[in-house]
Structures are given as C-alpha cells and as structure tokens.
Design a protein around this ligand. Structure first.
Ligand SMILES: *Cc1c(COP(=O)(O)O)cnc(C)c1O
Ligand SMILES: [Zn+2]
Length: 419
C-alpha cells in the first residue's frame, strides 16, 4: 500500500510542473510534467499517478455552480461541460428514522447530465484530452463510464470507443452510448478483462484512456466531496461524520480522500473533521471489503464476480492503492451487502421519491448493516452517495417494483380494482 496520509506536508512545484500543476507517483514519488506526454502510470515503477498543485484551494476560492465552481482545485478553469455537478442532497426522513442515525442525506449523483457521477470526471478528462491533442477517446465500462464518455466525446467532437462486458450492462447505459455515437465493442469477458484490453491499447497510443485510472478524471470527481461538505455546512454548520459510498474501481473513494487531503493541507479542514470514508461492495464482488476486513495492504483480484449491481461488478479495483489509505486514514471501513439487501434499499429510497440504480442503493444497504452491527453510532451525521439514476437499469427497476395490472377499458372495472 502507498503511504498516502491525511495530514501531509505541502509540496512545492518540481521543475516539471506546468503552471503549478504536475503528476506525482503515489508509490515512489517520481514527478512528471502533466501535459507534455500521455501517461497513466509511473514510468519508473508503474504506480498510480496523482495530479498535484503548488497552490491549494480554500473554500473562498470557490464560486459559481457545478464542477467548475471548484476550478481552483482543478487543472483548468473550464472544460467540456453539459453542465455537471450541483446535485441534490436529499433529506429522507423515514429512511433516516428506520436506519437510526442522527442525520441522513442522500447525495444523488444520478442527477448529473448522463445520470451518473462519471460526468464529473469526464468534463475534466475530456478537457485534458483536448490539451493533449488526442482525437480518439476510449474506456472499459460497466456502463456508466461509456454513457458519459460517449456524451462528452460527442460534445467535444471526438471519436469514442467503449469496451463493455457482454450481457452485463444495463439497458439504459448501452442506449446512451449508442445514441451518442460511441463505437461499442462487447467483449466476451467481465469488466476487468475489458480494462486489461483497453489499457493495452492506450499504452500503445491507439486511444486516450478515460477510465478512473486516468488521474484527471478523479480530479473532477473530487468535487463530490466539496459539494457534500459545503452542503452540510450550509444546512447544519458542521460536516458529516461519515460518507458511505458504493465501491467498484474505488475511484470515488480515492477522489474524496484527495479532496479532503487538499483541504487539510490548505488548513481549511481539521484532520479530525474529515468524514469517515465507508465503502460498500456487493457480496459477489467484494475484494476491497476482503482487504479492509483482513487488514491487508493489497487487494486480491477476484476472477469471478456476480451481482445485480452491475455497475460495481468489478473484481480488480484499480484505484485500491489510493482508496485503501483513504478508508484507513479517515477511520472508515468497508462492508459487503447481498443483492437482496441492495434491492430492499433501492425500494426504500424509491419510497422517498429518490430513484436510483442498484449499485447506488448499496450505500444505503451498507449503512443499514453497519448501523445494525453497531459500527455506525446512532448519533452520527451521515451522507450516502447514490451514484446512478433509476432509469439506467429499467429491468432491475421492474424486477424490484410492482407489476402493472391489466384492466378493461371501463371506469367501473377500474373502480372495482380500487376497492
Ligand atoms: C462507476 C460506478 C460505481 C463505482 O464507482 P468507483 O468510483 O469505480 O468505485 C458505482 N456506482 C455506479 C452507478 C457507477 O456508475
Ligand atoms: Zn513510481
């Protein structure tokens, strides 16, 4: 595991920096110019890269709305935008009561333009692609990354290629990628196999990779953390004790940790004010949970994965070296939930008017389980992240909801049914 810590010393820009921005390897500390060449991992050791800035943002630097409100924390001041971010932080009083915590808010990332948080990463990632002068963008995807890439690529006038695990992508997501005109290749393998292939294409220079291995995508996703902190502070004058989120490739876990580290380094947030990052996986795809529960420094790749929550049907979370320290350093944890618990949570959210896809509901299912186990206390203030919209996976919604009832074309027949 890397030694990313919450309270790290401020950095000054190395000679490679461009306008105060550079890339740094989280494993060996090597630094690289950000935009002179395409690289996704460290030239020296193969470790994950992070974007770094010599000028860290304060809350006062933020103005406007959405992802680009946080330009002071991003490598550019504007990007290819649809626009994204500024998602609702729903109150869910009945759910809060039944889970049994002091406060519960739902950060509904399904309200982004293409219906998932991936848009926050793409608005920055596609801007960087422009800077690098590439014209073909690609990703492996469980669905939402492909929808976002297709839409943002279309907006930017760039060619897009997506690799999907055959038969395991929800209908709404393929429909989006298709209509936004991505070239869609269905691979006879799981998501991890798709990522292996596209990573090799990217390394050979055939395509520009916009999976969350790309450090700039995570910069955009940091803004989820800023929005949650600002939202809680505006409503309660305090920050949440805990943020619970679904984990697939662990990009969001890594991105939220980075947002908090930057605020701590800028003296905007005390280390003890940082919310506990709490990851939730499906029981059938839980390599991060396995690592957290066993105290391992590394995640063991699961070759076979299965869950109704196809967006997190991932056995090899590439951002684990960034995310595991995030969970550890913030005093968080990780938990696995069954498909049945996921569906129950999806129904409970829907019962408050909040429509989410199965992976998203995993956050609420995980919170409930941790509360029942006494890991989460009754006096905690919690934000759950719901990552994608209900309409992404209409088949799962039909299966979880009630069936329509046929009725004759006649008012008395309808009335009879209502009695
Ligand atoms: C991509 C995605 C996830 C997984 O997020 P990571 O950052 O890869 O952990 C979870 N839920 C939905 C709906 C997604 O699209
Ligand atoms: Zn390195």
């Amino acid at each position: 595991m890397s030694d990313l810590v919450l309270d790290e010393p401020a950095r000054s820009a190395p000679p490679e920096a461009d306008d105060g921005t550079w890339l740094e390897c989280i494993a060996c500390g090597a630094t690289f110019a950000p935009f002179d060449a395409i690289r996704y991992t460290c030239d020296d050791c193969g470790g994950l890269l992070e974007a770094r800035y010599d000028d860290l943002p304060t809350f006062d630097d933020f103005s406007g709305e959405g992802v680009w409100r946080y330009a002071a924390a991003l490598p550019f001041s504007e990007g290819v935008s649809l626009p994204e971010g500024n998602t609702p932080l729903h109150e869910v009083p009945r759910l809060r009561e039944s889970v049994g915590v002091n406060r519960l808010r739902i950060k509904h990332e399904g309200m982004n333009p293409t219906g998932s948080f991936k848009d926050r990463g793409m608005t920055v990632g596609v801007r960087v692609a422009r800077e690098l002068g590439v014209d073909r963008l690609a990703c492996a995807s469980t669905g939402n990354t492909s929808a976002a890439l297709a839409a943002y690529g279309a907006r930017a006038g760039m060619e897009t290629l997506v690799l999907l695990p055959s038969g395991k992508v929800a209908a709404g997501k393929i429909a989006q990628a298709s209509l936004h005109d991505a070239r869609i290749l269905e691979v006879d393998g799981n998501f991890d196999a798709c990522l292996d292939i596209v990573q090799e294409l990217a390394t050979d220079g055939d395509v520009y990779l916009l999976n969350s291995l790309n450090p700039f995508r995570l910069e955009g996703q940091k803004t989820i953390g800023f929005e949650i902190l600002e939202g809680f502070r505006a409503d309660y004058g305090t920050y949440p004790d805990r943020i619970v989120l679904p984990v697939g490739n662990a990009g969001n876990t890594a991105a939220l940790f980075k947002a908090f580290r930057e605020l701590v380094a800028a003296d905007e947030l005390g280390p003890d004010e940082v919310p506990a990052l709490t990851g939730v996986q499906a029981e059938g795809a839980a390599p991060m949970v396995e690592a957290v529960e066993s105290g391992a420094d590394e995640v063991r790749r699961w070759e076979e994965v299965e869950t109704i929550a196809t967006a997190i049907r991932i056995g090899n979370p590439v951002n684990a070296p960034k995310a595991l320290p995030g969970i550890r350093e913030t005093g968080g944890t990780a938990v696995a939930v069954s498909d049945e618990q996921i569906t129950d949570a999806q129904r409970a959210l829907a019962g408050e008017g909040v429509g989410v896809e199965p992976a998203s509901a995993a956050s609420v299912a995980g919170l409930r389980k941790l509360r029942e186990r006494g890991v989460v206390d009754a006096d905690e203030d919690v934000a759950c992240l719901t990552t994608g919209h209900l309409l992404k996976d209409p088949d799962a919604a039909f299966a979880a909801g009630d069936d329509p009832e046929p009725v004759a074309n006649d008012v008395d027949a309808v009335r009879a049914l209502l009695e």
